[in-house]
Ligand binder design. Structure first.
Ligand code: SF4
Length: 263
């Protein structure tokens, strides 16, 4: 079969589902390539993925027997001024594809020496501005061993929404420590559930920077002591820690600046 792939809107970040779909079809002996409307001719299946709801869709005719669309970008709709995640519009990968080693050759520059993936999915927080709970479930759960998507690359980029909320956090952090790779957890770490034991584990991780999240201003009384404790345990200075601050949701500019300059 001839398979075409369209990465509609995530050009600066490798699309993990497309890399897995590619690996699956190549393993079956199919031809896989980026969809080419001018030179590609006819395809048997074209997969299209879209991450963001606010980016334009692919606007041209797709020359294929079957077109399969997936990703949050196709599933988030505005209803009465609110964003709603429509699960039925975001087909999930079958297990045999979900757990395959990704085809990193799709993005040779972006994945040079770097493995990408998720060890956990889901989050119990249900923040009003976030679709993780609706999309993946309102609890954090292990979905993979590190070895599913990492085979010795120097760097690991993790996209987990809330790794520390997973009951298997200790085992998963240990896998990352044992890898000795430089780890980038690219989502904001939930500092509210940081403990001394978790901070001790973090101290053993090879990281350039860890990103924490301080989205809700009202969590100030929990968050500031947690940051202090984390810094005391790890000894990490400001250049090794950063904080994502949610703005333009339910806070004032003063509260935004306070969160930025407090830490
Ligand atoms: S803690 Fe993070 S991942 Fe969880 S619901 Fe809130 S924003 Fe989403």
């Amino acid at each position: 079969m001839k398979i075409g792939l369209i990465d509609v809107d995530s050009h600066n970040f490798p699309n993990i589902p497309l890399m897995k779909i590619s690996a699956y079809h190549k393993k079956r002996g199919d031809t896989v390539e980026w969809y080419s409307p001018l030179l590609g001719g006819h395809y048997d299946i074209v997969y299209m993925t879209k991450v963001f709801s606010f980016t334009p869709d692919y606007e041209y005719f797709v020359n294929s027997d079957v077109v399969i669309k997936g990703g949050s970008g196709y599933a988030i709709e505005i209803v009465n001024g609110r964003e709603i995640y429509r699960k039925e519009k975001d087909p999930q990968l079958p297990q045999e594809i979900e757990h395959i080693y990704p085809d990193y050759s799709l993005y040779p520059k972006l994945t040079k020496d770097t493995a990408f993936g998720f060890l956990t999915r889901g989050c119990p927080r249900r923040c009003g501005f976030c679709h993780v709970a609706a999309k993946e479930g309102a609890k954090s759960y292990k979905v993979a061993e590190l070895s599913e998507f990492w085979i010795g690359q120097k760097n690991i980029c993790l996209c987990d929404p809330n790794l520390l909320a997973c009951p298997d956090w200790h085992e998963l952090l240990q896998q990352l420590i044992d890898s000795k790779a430089l780890v980038n957890i690219n989502q904001g770490i939930d500092i509210r559930i940081m403990t001394a034991e978790k901070a001790e584990m973090f101290k053993k991780l090879r990281v350039s920077t860890v990103h924490f999240a301080w989205d809700r201003y009202e969590d100030k009384k929990i968050i500031i002591p947690k940051f202090k404790e984390f810094k005391e345990i790890t000894g990490w200075k400001a250049r090794k820690t950063s904080v994502y601050v949610l703005t333009n949701f339910n806070t004032t500019i003063e509260q935004d600046l306070e969160r930025i300059y407090t830490l």
